[in-house]
Design a protein around this ligand. Sequence first.
Ligand code: GDP
Length: 296
Amino acid sequence: MFNTLTEHLNKILNKISNTGRLTEQNIQNTLREVRTALLEADVSLEVIKNFIEKVKLQSIGKKFNKELTPGQELIKVVKQELINCMKNTNEHLNFSTIPPAIILMVGLQGMGKTTTTAKLGKYIQKNKKKKVLLVSLDIHRPAAIEQLKVLSEQIQVDFFSPLTIHNPLQIAQDALSYVKNKMYEVIIFDTAGRLHVNENMMKELNQIYNSISPIETLLTIDAMIGQDAHNIINQFSKNINITGIVITKIDGNARAGVALSIKEMTGKPIKFMGIGEKVDDIEAFNPEKIANRILG
Ligand code: GDP
């Protein structure tokens, strides 16, 4: 699907590369096709409308650089607008608190939350040179706690072994007691997901959120989820203050359109992207990279 979008846009934009002249008519025809391509990539209609308007405003009547063909010039405008739409002003993790900085990981089951918890732990310990502790509060999914433990050993980041596996609030409090005087700078709490947003999950998350007061609450969203992404973000946001989004599985699909929709529809910054299954496969969100991938 990702390749289809890229190829499709390229095909459309190449069509006008050879016309020698960019007229209002061929911008409109071309942008109509761009709209269809973005729709096929699961970008929401509202976002596409705004996006197309912005590109139109900047293209029609614009004096083009002689070194570029009109088609190349239009690609430049489309690319720049894609970057503007996805750009963050606050993409960095906020550590400005008395240590330890608490990061809460939330999201639906299967989105890559536990994997991202470990990836982020390694990323922060290695790149930010901070002492990190990982804690799993997922008492619902069989073997979730063990999954994080195994990952933590693999990445050599400390893991809190829970004293009980029945009550996430108790585990959280035990972990907070455990870190006292241990010089941890960051604690990342992984939580239980569900297949769909439901009342029990939100109630539990709410209680956890209030009891640990995280400085960052990161919602993991699978890039494959498409237009549902902003509904999910809005539902979580009604209950807890989501400070950032991590989009996972950017590596294996075409739905980079999700990044475009998320920023426009929710206003939430996308802070990281998961780019593979391995523990190092995480990067700070880079709108230019995504725009390049969309346009090919
Ligand atoms: P959770 O239920 O949200 O905690 O999901 P998991 O962390 O267990 O991940 C579910 C699956 O997605 C696992 O097979 C992970 O290896 C895979 N996964 C997570 N992040 C990525 C990513 O960025 N790219 C790819 N290709 N797979 C990922």
